[in-house]
Design a protein around this ligand. Structure first.
Ligand code: CA
Ligand code: CA
Ligand code: ZN
Length: 583
């Protein structure tokens, strides 16, 4: 692989929309300063903070895990400590890792950060832990959905597609999901419209950091069914895998979209959607439904990134497939110019872009939403120059702008007015964006959730008026986010530092090819030829990484006093052991 290969991990990290990339200079510095003012929470709080898992179970399992794997020096020579470390993880954490790992597409060496630590010099949210895996899961729809409030059964994002299939009475075989029957009224008629609404990055941990910011969502809970223990079901907790899980009812090891980046058959590692929708290797509900119903039903989608298409499907790329109505974001000409709606050229043959949405009022006309979100009518948002944040796109102004366009699609496509139920898939990505820029516990996040929650009320009121008692809403998220290290005590593991120490230790064959192809937040992609050339084993690499301490690989300003010699990972092992674990 050449250093400038567009499919290399390094290049991937420069993709403007990649989860791994920073979108605002100095974002970390400012977020870090804010974080240092925050409360410092202990590991006890980390474990007890699990929204979806009984705290007692977390405490027992995870503290046992800590005791079992943090004694790096006690590993017996010649014995692989990987299985022991993997089995010492809390069972649901290990289950998420198993469901998310694919032998061809995932990185060979799985890394599980300790506690609140995360792998990224910037801000990331891709962990197998509860704080990025717990998601909201609300069904609402008088006439179809029970108004029973909270339900405690564990459910995952793989259960969404089968539940919709039950609602619209369209047979669909979900490989890993089951129907959330608690939500459904007994034998109702078919709804006219089902809306899947994803708050990207709006996991339970993020919402619970700002309990006053989502009154409208809270107000819907008693009128609907709220699964309190919903999780993504798999790791990594990031956008492409979980959206594909929502669309297919399968976990990543089955649907194949394992991460933001993945290995392709030619050995290269690149953005999982860079080679088109064929990355999804099992059918989505929307693809099968649209093909079967033809003009009797409409399938529509409004989001921002190709990664979100996993919840919709491959459209006309499939033989006989339908061109779903679909809109994404197209970047403006400069970093500060606002994007417009569109469909990237390479994807445009497979979907039908509703071009009329670009005739609506521009993003600029919604800047006031961002200005007023901080309570001060001063032309700025929390002191930020609104226009400088991608023309206002990286502010709460994005929400009403997108909602207006979504309403236009609902009107123009006559959603809810076909013979068979229509399906509408929506993703709002501003909560995730703000998490990447300022951390989950920032004041900017509090503002953003508030505006997103108002956008929910706006959309619900619009649909209740247009289709009273005839539509169903599912609101969920694809992952949570990381709070500032000052609050959590988490340490940021620097990808480049990790890459350097692994290269220094294991790549001595003297050629220019690097052993490490890509460092991802939950695994490392290694070059198979280089593993062979250097005569090393995944087990050796894993054992080495497991012993790494904060002083060697963590970002200096996140290393807590007295913790420089802490190991930064709870477990490191070859993914290939996952199918063979006996725990
Ligand atoms: Ca203001
Ligand atoms: Ca080499
Ligand atoms: Zn993200």
């Amino acid at each position: 692989m050449t250093p400038h290969d567009p499919n290399s991990g390094d290049e991937l990290e420069a993709f403007p929309d990649a989860d791994v990339a920073p979108r605002h200079e100095n974002a970390d510095d400012r977020a870090g300063a804010a974080g240092r003012r925050g409360r410092n929470l202990s590991r006890r709080a980390f474990l007890a903070g699990a929204a979806a898992v009984p705290a007692g179970l977390w405490m027992d399992r995870a503290l046992a895990a800590a005791g079992g794997v943090r004694l790096g020096g006690t590993f017996l020579a010649g014995r692989d400590p990987g299985p022991q470390a993997a089995c010492a993880l809390p069972p649901d954490v290990l289950a998420r890792i198993k469901r998310g790992w694919d032998p061809q597409r995932s990185g060979q060496v799985v890394i599980v950060p300790h506690g609140w630590n995360w792998v990224s010099g910037r801000i990331s949210h891709c962990t197998p832990w509860h704080y990025t895996a717990d998601v909201p899961m609300l069904w609402y729809g008088p006439g179809f959905i029970k108004g029973r409030g909270g339900v405690d059964r564990f459910v995952t994002c793989a259960d969404i597609a089968p539940t919709i299939s039950k609602l619209i009475r369209f047979p669909f075989s979900a490989p890993d999901g089951t129907v959330m029957t608690e939500a459904l009224k007994a034998s109702p008629p078919k709804p006219k419209l089902v809306v899947v609404l994803v708050w990207d990055g709006g996991g339970r941990y993020v919402l619970d950091l700002h309990p006053q910011s989502w009154p409208h969502l809270k107000g819907l809970i008693p009128k609907g069914t709220w699964f309190r223990r919903a999780t993504t079901g798999s790791s990594p907790t990031s956008t492409p895998p979980v959206h594909a899980t929502m669309g297919t009812g399968a976990f990543p090891r089955t649907h194949g979209v394992v991460d933001t980046a993945m290995r392709f058959p030619d050995g290269r590692v690149g953005d999982s959607w860079s080679r088109g929708p064929g990355v999804i290797r099992v059918p989505t509900l929307a693809d099968q439904y649209a093909k079967a119903k033809g003009s009797a039903a409409r399938t529509a989608f409004f989001a921002t990134l190709p990664w979100h298409l996993g919840m919709l499907g491959q459209g006309a790329r499939l033989p006989g497939g339908a061109r779903h109505t679909a809109a994404l974001k197209i970047n403006g000409s400069t970093p500060s110019s606002p994007p417009h709606w569109g469909m990237p050229e390479r994807l445009s043959p497979y979907y039908r872009f509703p071009s009329y949405v670009n005739g609506l009022p521009p993003l600029r006309s919604y800047w006031e939403t961002a200005d007023l979100a901080d309570g001060r009518n001063d032309g700025r948002w929390r002191g930020h120059d609104i226009g400088a944040l991608v023309g206002g796109f990286n502010t709460p102004a994005r929400v009403p702008w997108q909602t207006r366009a979504i309403k236009e699609v609902i009107i123009q496509e006559q959603l809810g007015h076909h013979d068979e139920p229509d399906l509408l898939f929506l993703n709002y990505k501003i909560i995730d964006e703000i998490g990447h820029l300022y951390y989950a516990d920032s004041i900017e996040m509090a503002d953003t959730i508030k505006v997103q929650d108002r956008g929910l009320a706006d959309l619900v009121a619009f649909l209740d008026h247009r289709l009273p008692g005839q539509w169903v809403l599912l609101l969920t998220a694809d992952h949570g986010h990381t709070a500032s290290p000052g609050r959590t005590g988490g340490m940021a593991v620097l990808e480049n530092a990790l890459r350097r120490v692994v290269e220094d230790r294991f790549d001595s064959d003297g050629d220019t090819a690097a052993l490490v192809q890509a460092i991802r937040p939950i695994w490392l992609h290694l070059n198979p030829a280089e593993i062979a050339d250097n005569g090393t084993k995944l087990q050796n690499v894993s054992t080495f990484i497991a012993a790494l301490t904060a002083s060697r690989v963590a970002r200096a300003d996140t290393i807590r006093q007295g913790h420089a010699n802490d190991q930064v990972f709870d477990a490191v092992f070859a993914g290939s052991i996952l199918p063979h674990l006996t725990c």
